[in-house]
Design a protein around this ligand. Sequence first.
Ligand SMILES: Nc1nc2c(ncn2[C@@H]2O[C@H](COP(=O)(O)OP(=O)(O)O)[C@@H](O)[C@H]2O)c(=O)[nH]1
Ligand SMILES: [Mg+2]
Length: 406
Amino acid sequence: MAGNPADAVRARLERALSEPSLPANARDYGANLARRLGAPVRVAILGLPRSGKSQLLNMLVGRRMFAEGSRLPSVEITAGATWRTTVTRADGTTHTFDGLVLEGPELARARMLALEAPLNILDRISLLEVVADASVESQRRALQLGARRAEILVWCTQEFSEFERLLWRSVPGGMKDHAFLALTKADELQSAGVLSQQLASLTVALAEEFCAILPVATLRALAALGDGSAVDEAAFAASGGRALRAAVLKHVEQGRRADIDNALLFLRRYEKATGGSDAAAAATTAREAGRGGPQASSGARKRCAAVEKALDHLRERAALLAQLAPDAGRDRYAQFLSSCAETTERLGEMIAAPADAPASAALQELMAEASEMMLLLQVEKGAGPAADAATLLLQVRRELEDALEG
Ligand SMILES: Nc1nc2c(ncn2[C@@H]2O[C@H](COP(=O)(O)OP(=O)(O)O)[C@@H](O)[C@H]2O)c(=O)[nH]1
Ligand SMILES: [Mg+2]
C-alpha cells in the first residue's frame, strides 16, 4: 500500500524516531503513534448468544469460516501470510496449527481462538467476536473487553431489548461514537413484517447510543458474496451487507485521518525541533497553532461569536499542549491529559455561553461528549491516552471550524 497518506506519515515518523537527539519520552510517544498508524483498526463484534455475530464476521471478511450454528469461543482474526489457528486453552497454554481449525480435538477446552488469514480486508481491520453467555455479568465483561481491545464496536441484535439497553449503559460515552448497531437477521424481521417499524423506532430511541443502526440479512449477504469470484452486487446491496461494511470501513478511514492529524502534530514539533532548542520548537509550534488555517482568512462565513472565541482559545491552548505532550514523562502525561480535559471543558462552556449566540445543540452535545471522553482518557493515563487526547482536540478543532463554515 505504498503511497497512502498513513504510510507516508509513518515513514516520516520513523525518520524522526531515528534521530538520536529525540528526547526519550518523545520517542515512546512517537513510537506509539507509529504503531497505531501501522496497525489495522480493531473491530469487536458483540451481542447476546445466537444474535448473529459469527455470521456477520463471515460477511465482513467475505469468507464462510464459521458454519451456521457453530459454537466456538471468542475468536480474533488478523492478517497473516497463510491461514493459521492459535488455540488458547483453559489452562492458559497456546497451540498453533496450520490452516483453519474450527473443529476437532485441537479445540478441546479452547477458551479463545486467534486466526491469521491472508485476506485483503485484514490490512485495514482486524476482527474480534466476543462470546459470552446471556448473563448480565458475562455480557458486561464482554463489553468491557470489547471496549478495551477494539476501536470500533458492532452490537448484533434483532430488537435491542430493555436488557440490552441496560447493558449498553456500561459502555463509555466516547466509545458509543464508534459503535454500530447491526440489526441482524433482517430477513426474519422482514418476513415478520416488523423490519421498518423496528428500524424506525430504534433509530429514534438510540440516536445517542450508536453512530449508525443498520439492518442486515447476513445469510443473504453471504449468499450474494458467494466464493468471492462473482459477487451478486445487487443482492449484496439489498441484503444491507454492503451498507454495513461500507459504514464500518468509512469509520475506519475517519479514525485513520485523526491518527494522521495526531502524527502531524508530533512531526510539527519534532521534525523541526531535532537539533534545535526546546524553546525554538515551542515557538514554532505556537506560531503554527496560532496561524489557524482557513478560519483567519475566509470572509464569507456565518458569524458565530461563541465558536470563534472557542477557536481562539483552542489555538492558544494548542501551542502550550503541543509543547507539553511529546516531552511528557509518566507524570507529565497526567498533566498533559488534565490540560486537555480542562481545555475541552472550557471550550464546552464557551460555545454554550448565553451572552454570545451559543452554538448549535449538536455542537454542544459533541463538546459534552469530548469532555466525557477526556475524563476517561485521564483515568487511563499514559502515552496512548495522551495521543488520543491530542487527536480528540484536533477533531474538536475540526468540528468547530466546520461549524463556522456552516
Ligand atoms: N435467517 C437468518 N438467520 C441468521 C442470520 N444470521 C445468522 N443467522 C442464524 O442465527 C444463528 C446464530 O448465528 P451466529 O452467527 O452463530 O450467532 P452468534 O452466536 O452470535 O455468533 C445461526 O443458526 C445462523 O444461521 C440471518 O441474517 N438470517
Ligand atoms: Mg458465534
